[in-house]
Design a protein around this ligand. Structure first.
Ligand code: AP5
Length: 216
């Protein structure tokens, strides 16, 4: 199964993507996570990418396609792409990468959420810097405030979740990423849109109802 989760910052791509990896035994490829790993490791790519990420702008397409090419070469199971592609050039690049590997996309799932709800959600997001677990002070709090349930580390706020940066990320999404919805609608791969403003479990249930038949 090869899927794309498309949607604005904070729509729940990472949350739902994690569930899909467990249910379907597939790998989540999050370009945001790959970039944050590079930032944490202090590589040249990470130092360069950080400037774009902190400003809420997109990292250049060739950098992203290089990262994804490297990961896909190592992955033998299905993949759920989270936060990739984000531009038409990345979508075209992905198409080529998959063709080279003899794979095809099965579905594109768009998670739709209103901007003001996204700003509120991202202000409440807390992430674990050690194991990557994600929480939300409103919708999914950790058992002990500020402490990761999974590994006990102190939770942090992502630097790009400051309100002004979130608003820039939303504008970038509308300008550069949302056009991908029509791009995929014009092609042969099914495109499904989910209302992501409902509770996480309801969104998951809809996603599973759509994806389970693809396994058969
Ligand atoms: P990235 O890390 O991909 O961030 P994003 O796409 O902006 O998405 P988020 O991780 O913010 O949100 P999400 O949709 O995964 O939501 P989540 O499940 O965490 O990218 C970061 C930056 O890296 C970009 O700005 C760019 O600079 C760069 N980058 C990355 N990929 C790139 C690419 N392909 N090209 C160029 N540049 C790239 O949920 C959010 C919060 O809401 C959580 O707290 C969660 O608990 C909560 N929540 C989730 N679902 C619900 C629900 N249904 N109800 C209530 N709360 C919910």
């Amino acid at each position: 199964m090869q899927l794309i989760l498309l949607g604005p910052p904070g729509a729940g791509k990472g949350t739902q993507g994690a569930l899909l990896t467990e249910r379907y035994g597939i790998v989540r490829v999050s370009t945001g996570d790959l970039l944050r790993d590079a930032v944490r490791e202090g590589t040249a790519l990470g130092r360069d990418a950080r400037r774009y990420m902190d400003a809420g702008e997109l990292v250049p397409d060739e950098v992203i396609l290089g990262l994804v090419r490297e990961v896909l070469g190592r992955v033998e199971t299905g993949v759920v792409f989270d936060g990739f592609p984000r531009t038409i050039a990345q979508a075209v690049g992905l198409q080529r990468l998959l063709a080279d590997l003899g794979r095809t996309l099965d579905a594109v799932v768009v998670i739709d959420v209103d901007d003001e709800e996204l700003v509120r959600r991202l202000a409440g997001r807390r992430v674990c810097p050690d194991c990557g677990a994600t929480y939300n002070v409103h919708a999914q709090p950790p058992t002990i405030p500020g402490v990761c349930d999974a590994c006990g580390a102190t939770l942090i706020v992502r630097p790009d979740d400051a309100e002004a940066t979130v608003r820039r990320r939303l504008a970038v999404y509308r300008e550069q990423t949302a056009p991908l919805i029509d791009h995929y609608r014009a092609g042969p791969v099914p495109v499904w849109t989910l209302d992501g403003e409902r509770p996480m479990g309801d969104v998951s249930a809809d996603l599973i109802a759509l994806l389970d038949p693809l396994r058969e």
